[in-house]
Design a protein around this ligand. Structure first.
Ligand SMILES: [Zn+2]
Length: 433
């Protein structure tokens, strides 16, 4: 018999996008949520849920906020151990810090150690789904999926493909990238809660032949996501221009090789040309905003307000370890700060939506994760809105709901995550660090 669970508290569901119309009106607060068989069974009045599920175990979380687990739409789990490395911009940062670390992932044991560490740390920060780059080694993909499978976690990942401008030991070829990606895709995609993403790192590290091979694989598996990077730094864009002299712009290096589509995820997307914006929108491709990374590596300020207004599909991400934090709360704070620097103050409802529904939409998984509505998978978190003395004293002064939530968005971290539930099961505290 299935044991039902009822969690009482401030249960937050989105009924629409807070970027359309008045942000507050996109949110409804319930008294309780009922979980059954790994899914959200119901939300509503506490009395009515306890009457419907008389056998359920009931926990009252009082004034804590209960919402969908965070969805991190762009990470590099292999960069866990070198997060917060000092003083470089993109190209030097890759060469000095990233590539030497990624070299280690040919070892299945090392890959499993880091995958486990990464999933422990992110669970402690309330992230229940992520879309990760791995390394060129198939072992790095197997390790990540095995670790996620053991936790019943919904994840997306893929083998990072590079056949030029990377050191010895970190290059594949057009042929081996295709063959290894295809084998991993056929082994993992659609098993348990695992999805495969075709993953060329970015145009500077792939020859046109490799991009073509990735495009061919995507055409054979159009239900797979494809993830890469786009227009992060101006130096990088100049480099792409020199490597692809015939391309109209950076996006064209993907588009010309079959790598632009509705299931495409383009990390950063800061310095876009008008043509690129038009083509991304026409395809319904997803732009992934990585604000802590963009300030940490000095990349630039994402145009959230302008891109949202023109109808782009946008997700939010840490970009671990180019990003400086594993926390989606810290990432929301950085998105707010970047918005302010561009003259647009994001409402807290918009920030929470980006970290849940928005990222789930970018992964084309909004019918399964990212919101607390009946039938969705039961990935959720309990957020303490007074988790430190500094936050608690500000929370105390709040006269309305969003004023009570915003200090945790701006100042919260893993201490604000009181509980995490993945697939209807509570994550054990020792796994949360
Ligand atoms: Zn990245």
């Amino acid at each position: 018999m299935t044991q039902e669970t009822i969690l009482k508290g401030l249960v937050l569901s989105f009924t629409g996008s807070p970027f359309d119309g008045t942000p507050e009106e996109a949110v409804v607060l319930h008294e309780a949520v009922a979980l059954s068989a790994g899914k959200i069974a119901a939300t509503g009045a506490a009395d009515s849920l306890t009457a419907t599920y008389p056998q359920a175990s009931v926990t009252d979380h009082g004034e804590k906020l209960i919402l969908a687990g965070f969805v991190d739409a762009h990470v590099h789990y292999p960069q866990t151990a070198m997060i917060a490395s000092w003083g470089k911009r993109l190209i030097d940062w890759l060469n000095l810090y990233t590539f030497p670390e990624e070299m280690k992932f040919g070892s299945p044991d090392y890959a499993m150690d880091i995958a486990t560490r990464y999933l422990d740390i992110t669970a402690a920060h309330g992230t229940t789904t992520m879309c990760s780059f791995c390394t060129i080694h198939p072992e790095s993909v197997d390790a990540f999926f095995l670790a996620a499978k053991a936790r019943g976690q919904r994840v997306v990942a893929g083998k990072t493909c590079m056949d030029r401008n990377a050191p010895d030991g970190l290059r594949d070829t057009a042929r081996s990238a295709y063959d290894q990606s295809k084998a991993l895709l056929e082994k993992w995609h659609g098993t348990d809660r695992i999805s495969y993403a075709i993953t060329p790192r970015f145009s500077p590290t792939s020859t046109p032949e490799q991009l073509e091979a990735m495009g061919a694989l995507w055409a054979e598996h159009p239900d797979c996501l494809m993830q890469t990077h786009l227009s992060e730094q101006t130096d990088e864009i100049d480099w792409v221009r020199s490597l692809f002299p015939d391309a109209r712009d950076y996006l064209d290096t993907y588009e010309a090789h079959g790598l632009l589509g509705a299931y495409g995820l383009y990390g950063h997307a800061i310095h876009l040309e008008p043509r690129e914006r038009d083509r991304l929108r026409e395809h319904g491709a997803a732009l992934i905003h990585c604000p802590t990374s963009n300030t940490f590596i000095g990349s630039g300020l994402f145009d959230m307000a302008g891109l949202m207004a023109e109808g782009q599909r946008i997700g939010l991400a840490t970009d671990t370890g180019g990003g400086s934090s594993f926390s989606m709360l810290r990432t929301m704070a950085a998105a707010y700060e970047v918005g302010q620097l561009r003259g647009a103050a994001l409402h807290p409802a918009q920030l929470l939506w980006l970290a849940t529904v928005g990222s789930a939409r970018s992964l084309r998984m909004e019918d399964r994760i990212g919101n607390l509505t009946p039938g969705m998978e039961a990935d959720l978190i309990v957020l303490d809105l007074a988790s430190t003395p500094a936050i608690a004293q500000r929370h105390e002064e709040a006269s309305q709901f969003w004023e009570a939530v915003f200090p945790t968005i701006m100042k919260g971290d893993d201490r604000a995550i009181a509980e995490v539930w993945i697939g209807g099961r509570k994550v054990a505290h020792q796994m949360m660090g």
